[in-house]
Design a binder for this molecule. Structure first.
Ligand code: DSN
Length: 424
């Protein structure tokens, strides 16, 4: 990686960044919301656009000197429209949470009602958790996953909506391994006169590649983050029909943000360009095939998966049936020791706490970027199982760690020669 100026002027930060490159190279990133962007995206994000204020939108800025900022933002918008087929796109939200905030601010009044999935069942803080602004400004009720099936209980959601009379229903999730029935939720939203916000933060790339059904053109608003399965620069995005374009744009700026992070918008533009190439289709398909291979092998080992498998990029393991005395945090820590980085996660019907829950969540976007196929993911499942089964056994953890070292050597990531990721 290029860091000659940083190394000369600030070795402390340079060392930390080198450490992070090494950490990413030498471990398996299986946090389902993470991925590895190309060096082209890194260059765009690390560009001089970080210096530029560009409040407003292309052609209508509050400051001068925005001609190149305009070019970059227009490229990002046009590519996003092509990727997701949306009529209107706002690429300025700083993150997925801010994208959701933009929709709420545009369409709701304080005290209005949100119906969303409970965080412990796979929702998101910004869908109305009491610790988040959305839970403080709006009246929130939450629906749940059917603990028997692990799927969204669409009938219960419908009944809940009729009872609660929400102003907006939020779909799209952070720890849900199954395809979402956007149309079914839209029918419920229509029946109760609510807006429908589909948050595709996790599955933006899968939706863009058509390997997950799209809520664009179904839900009133679609939000997402741009650095997960879509593998672009870090941030958020809002998509909607033209009729809501002005409301959304005004809510994002000046409603809740000032100057857009134009360097990140450049990273979004570059990543979207990569995702428009045919190779991205293969990547998205492989991400899902890898998750399914991982899921099948974990189940062969006797681990229980919420919903019994996956349709997307992640699996959610409920440790309680197979390992009732092993909390998720212990497994997360032992796996990290072995070089497999994922997160402990709540599961539907959680009986422990959010800090030390009963499950672990694992995703394949990062592994797929570095070239893992189904066979390699089956082996990763074997390694995960070994640690789940003996998180306190140092010899097992060391053995798995040795194999992770071999795998990370076999599937290199960011190179010292700065050639970077080549997406084939
Ligand atoms: N933190 C992300 C996740 O891990 O799902 C969501 O914002």
């Amino acid at each position: 990686m290029h860091d000659e100026h940083l190394r000369a002027t600030d070795p402390a930060v340079a060392d930390a960044l080198s450490g992070e490159v090494e950490r990413q190279n030498d471990t398996l990133a299986m946090i389902a919301s993470e991925n590895h962007v190309s060096e082209a995206v890194l260059e765009a994000q690390g560009s001089v656009l970080t210096n530029k204020y560009a409040e407003g939108y292309p052609g209508e800025r509050y400051y001068g000197g925005c001609e190149y900022a305009d070019e970059v933002e227009e490229i990002a918008i046009e590519r996003a429209k092509e990727l997701w087929g949306a009529e209107h796109v706002n690429v300025q939200p700083h993150a997925g949470s801010q994208a959701n905030m933009g929709v709420y601010l545009a369409m709701l009044e304080p005290g209005d009602r949100i119906l969303s999935l409970d965080l412990t069942h796979g929702g998101h803080l910004s869908h109305g958790h009491p610790a988040n602004f959305a839970g403080q400004v709006y009246e929130v009720e939450q629906y749940e996953i059917d603990p028997e099936t692990g799927y969204v209980d669409y009938e219960a959601l419908h009944d809940h909506a009729e009872e609660f009379d929400p102003d907006i229903i939020v779909s799209g999730y952070s720890a849900y391994p199954r395809e979402v029935e956007w149309e079914t939720i839209q029918e419920t939203a229509d029946a109760v006169g609510a807006y429908h916000l589909a948050d595709i933060a996790h599955i933006t790339g899968l939706v863009a590649a058509g390997v997950h059904s799209s809520p664009v053109g179904v839900a009133d608003f679609v939000t997402g983050s741009t650095h997960k399965t879509i593998r672009a620069g870090r941030g958020g995005i809002i998509m909607c029909d033209e009729e809501y374009a002005d409301d959304i744009d005004s809510a994002v700026f000046p409603g809740m943000q000032g100057g857009p992070l134009m360097h990140n918008v450049a990273g979004k533009a570059v990543g979207f360009g990569e995702a428009l190439r045919p190779e991205f289709q293969d990547y998205a398909e492989q991400t899902v095939a890898n998750a399914q291979a991982l899921a099948d092998r974990l189940q062969e080992h006797g681990l229980e998966l919420v919903s019994g498998g996956t349709d997307n990029h992640l699996v959610l393991i409920d440790l309680r049936p197979s390992h009732p005395d092993t909390p998720g945090k212990d497994v997360e820590e032992a796996l990290e020791e072995a070089g497999i980085v994922l997160n402990a996660n709540t599961v539907p019907g959680e009986t422990r706490s959010a800090f030390n829950p009963s499950g672990i969540r694992a995703g394949t976007p990062g592994l797929t970027t570095r070239g893992f196929d189904e066979d390699a993911c089956r082996e990763v499942a074997d390694l995960i199982y070994e640690v789940v089964d003996a998180p306190d056994d140092d010899a097992v953890v060391a053995e798995v760690s040795d194999r992770v070292d071999e795998l990370t050597d076999e599937y290199p990531l960011y190179g010292d020669d700065s050639e970077g990721l080549v997406f084939e």
